[in-house]
Design a protein. Structure first.
Length: 299
């Protein structure tokens, strides 16, 4: 097929010999199968910001480092330069995460190079050499589901030990290769220590895995690995091989959320009453003054 314009620089630089076919088009990128010498690889072409359906929500970008203060100011202002820098930072986040996780032994596609918004990486194939299916496209036996779930929980632990949370992990972002699951799509990965939303994202990632594999092995729906691993992480005790039980007992003195919300609402109402009372005291005529008597009613 004719090479997409965005991949042409890689061909000119000798990084890619031929574009064979489109593989998939997602919310943030289009992926092509390419030939590099005798090897088949993937070229992930990131879509422009105005053509993507995945929003670069502030919660994902919190805690990410930028090159300098000028870049930070431009990104905060939303200028043309700032939007371009923000887009580049978003793409670079996946590249950095892939190299970091691959070096730590996490099962992700091996990255090879990144040029002008195109990421060249390993093609995850099935036993026949075709592109591996996503978890969402397969039906599992209960024992397989338990095995793959345990494997992915261990991968999530390994990611957390490197300081990262996937942030968008689901059955749509895991491929099933001959050697088991492979985690993909990491531009939204967040810094576990520097992002205030990291635990909530971790809990969602783990919950998505429990919900999916729980279709085939229902007992997995009731596991609580996220709180367990996060408590160990916060205490500095989480290691790649730390045994996990899937159970977690909340502290007895843990706050009742509904009660806390009621207290907050009452405090807000009380504050409004105080402010209204203060305003009345400072401007009594606004609240108590009688309107002047019209001349025609005067004696």
């Amino acid at each position: 097929m004719k090479a997409p314009k965005r991949i042409e620089p890689l061909i000119e630089d000798g990084m890619v010999d031929e574009v064979l076919r489109p593989l998939m088009s997602g919310k943030e990128a289009a992926v092509y199968v390419v030939r590099c010498g005798d090897t088949l690889r993937c070229a992930k072409v990131y879509k422009e910001a105005n053509k993507r359906s995945f929003r670069q929500a502030a919660e994902y970008q919190e805690g990410r480092k930028v090159r300098n203060s000028r870049q930070a100011r431009a990104m905060a202002k939303g200028s043309k330069y700032g939007r371009r820098e923000q887009e580049e930072a978003w793409q670079n986040a996946e590249v950095a995460a892939l190299f970091r996780l691959a070096n730590a032994g996490v099962r992700v596609p091996k990255p090879y190079d990144f040029l002008d918004g195109v990421l060249l990486m390993e093609l995850v194939a099935d036993e026949y050499g075709d592109a591996a299916p996503r978890l969402n496209d397969v039906v599992l036996e209960p024992e397989q589901a338990r095995e793959y779930h345990a494997f992915l929980i261990r991968q999530i632990v390994l990611m957390l030990c490197t300081g990262l949370v996937h942030g968008d992990l689901s059955e749509f972002n895991v491929l099933l290769g001959p050697d088991g699951p492979v985690i993909i799509d990491l531009p939204q990965a967040v810094d576990a220590a520097g992002n205030n939303h990291a635990f909530r994202m971790l809990e969602r990632d783990v919950g998505n895995m429990a919900a999916y594999f729980g279709r085939f092995a229902p007992e997995l729906k009731y596991t609580r690995y996220a709180k367990e691993m996060w408590a160990l992480y916060e205490d500095g005790k989480l290691q790649p091989d730390t045994p996990l039980t899937g159970h977690f007992d909340d502290p007895e003195d843990e706050a009742d959320v509904d009660s806390v919300l009621r207290e907050i609402a009452e405090a807000l109402r009380e504050q409004e009453r105080r402010e209204a009372g203060r305003a009345e005291a400072e401007n009594p005529q606004q609240q108590t003054a009688e309107p002047p008597t019209p001349p025609w009613m005067q004696a």
